[in-house]
Design a protein around this ligand. Structure first.
Ligand code: AP5
Ligand code: ZN
Length: 211
């Protein structure tokens, strides 16, 4: 199954993708995570995008599309995938249509207050990208990754100013995709409130894949 995860920052795309990649046995391709990996590794791409991510702006379409194209070629895209955080502009959606067909666009819906609460409490593992929350999904030991024992970090773009800016960027540049995909009959609106397990089950049911 080929899925696109759409929705505002903090709606839980990465969290639900981590569950769904197991339940649906398809790879999770997150453009944000790919950029962050390049930044951590100090690649040329990482250097180019570091300040853009920290400020909460979008990376230029040509750079993003080239990275996704490479990653999907690697992933054996025909078997299926979850594209998390891509496309994010109409130009990216047009480019994706030229690379691969998709089955559904899952549009996660969440109110702004919950978004800010989720993002400001998010912490993550630097090396594995595993997502935690100080209140909703705390690590077993305070401030430490369950798997690697490393200290958890806060994303640069989860500081308050960057959160508010990312929400504006989402409104301006990404919400046009909702209509774009609805008109094509691909959009599935999913209420993103409730625990991750509840949201995951709700999505599987809508996809006809309830366990
Ligand atoms: P990206 O990493 O994609 O960030 P985002 O879209 O802003 O989304 P987030 O990762 O912030 O939120 P999420 O929905 O994944 O929520 P999560 O599951 O983590 O992109 C980062 C940057 O990269 C962009 O700003 C841009 O610069 C660049 N970029 C990426 N893609 C691009 C593209 N296509 N084009 C151009 N530039 C691009 O959950 C959030 C928190 O809530 C966590 O703490 C989690 O534990 C908690 N939580 C999740 N679900 C629940 C729940 N059900 N109940 C309680 N808590 C929950
Ligand atoms: Zn994410």
């Amino acid at each position: 199954m080929k899925l696109v995860f759409l929705g505002p920052p903090g709606a839980g795309k990465g969290t639900i993708a981590a569950l769904a990649k197991e339940s649906l046995s398809i790879p999770h391709v997150s453009t944000g995570e790919l950029f962050r990996k390049n930044i951590r590794m100090g690649t040329a791409l990482g250097k180019k995008v570091r300040d853009i991510l920290a400020a909460g702006n979008l990376v230029p379409d040509d750079v993003t599309v080239a990275m996704v194209k490479d990653r999907l070629a690697e992933a054996d895209a025909e078997r299926g995938y979850i594209l998390d955080g891509f496309p994010r502009t109409i130009a990216q959606a047009e480019a994706l249509a030229g690379i691969s067909g998709i089955d559904h666009v899952v549009n996660f819906l969440l109110d702004k207050e919950s978004i800010v609460r989720r993002l400001s409490g998010r912490r993550m593992s630097k090396s594995t990208g595993k997502i935690y929350h100080l209140v909703y999904n705390p690590p077993k030991r305070d401030g430490v990754d369950d798997e690697t024992g490393e200290p958890l970090i806060q994303r640069e773009d989860d500081k308050e100013e960057a959160i508010l800016h990312r929400l504006e960027v989402y409104e301006e540049q990404t919400t046009p995709l909702i209509d774009y995909y609805r008109r094509r009959g691909l959009l599935l609106d999913i209420d993103a409130t409730g625990t991750p397990d509840v949201v995951h089950a709700r999505m599987l049911e809508r996809l006809g894949k309830a366990e």
